[in-house]
Ligand binder design. Sequence first.
Ligand code: PEP
Ligand code: MN
Length: 353
Amino acid sequence: MIVITSPHVPEERIAEIVRYIEQRGVQAHVSRGTDRTVIGIIGKADPSLAEHLRSMKGVENVIKVSKSYKLASRDFHPDDTIIEIKGVKIGGDNLVVMGGPCAVETPEQIDEIARLVKAAGGQVLRGGAYKPRTGPYSFQGIGAEGLKWMKEAGDKHGLLTITEVMTPETVDICAEYADILQIGTRNMQNFDLLRKVGTVQTPVLLKRGMSATYDEWLNAAEYILAGGNPNVMLCERGIRTFETYTRNTFDLAAIPAVQSLSHLPVIADPSHATGRRELVETMTKASVAAGANGLIIEMHTDPDNSATGDGVQSLFPDQFAKLLKELEQLAPLCGKRFDTPKQPAEAFLTWKK
Ligand code: PEP
Ligand code: MN
């Protein structure tokens, strides 16, 4: 159930409504819009509660939300959520580009890639220090030291950082070093992990489980929101289907569909969605045309030789720069803002491997 107040209701009145709701043994989550405030009621409410709330001063409407997720739904929060991190806005009409290697490998590697991401116009440096690998003998990530290298590179080049967190025990250390916590596809329904990231305020990028429905994905987001962390963004990274040519099947329709169901920003990951470098550029543009609020793209300085994982889907730095220049042209046509530095994409013809 959600309560929608009349326009410009004073704070004291909202506090009284919240107090009344809590006295009835359920929780109230307040979301303030420009004119109206929406109060989400979580828990099993007595049917008479709606009747009583409707008659209260300052209440315009009480709506029953039949979806299993509430805080994640647009009914509860009609405006787009905009997450602001150190001046970078994610959501609404801003387009954010996150770029970087699958995994942090060496201090020099992450520093050079950070330089190239920044110069191309990206705002966030991606890189895994803890890697969820299908096989136990594959490279599992550098661990805590990698988080430090990535933070140093991000600070030096003026980029935010995003890294994957795999266990509740490592949430605090990841949140200490990174600006955004990534929950990978394999952990979308790791409920202990979701509960734990709900207890911090660090923004979370929640990837769609590889066989999750929109409903399951939004319920996973609900765990984080209900835990008290409102800074959640969703990430479409492809799903498992019978097709094997691509690594996953990119569900492009998920972008506008989930945006209609939820107010949370939706980021597209064309790298894991396709698993093929030659498809990343086209699917990046398709994502922007579909309304994505941002992209997370793998890029490496030596993807075919030294990359510890996902080299075949990682762009070369010059491809990444050219793509971002093209996004600068495309974004305004799709109602988004995105700028790159003046430097031409040809400036990326050399880099340190
Ligand atoms: C990644 O971002 O490197 C990753 C492992 O992604 P996913 O969880 O989507 O497979
Ligand atoms: Mn990867």
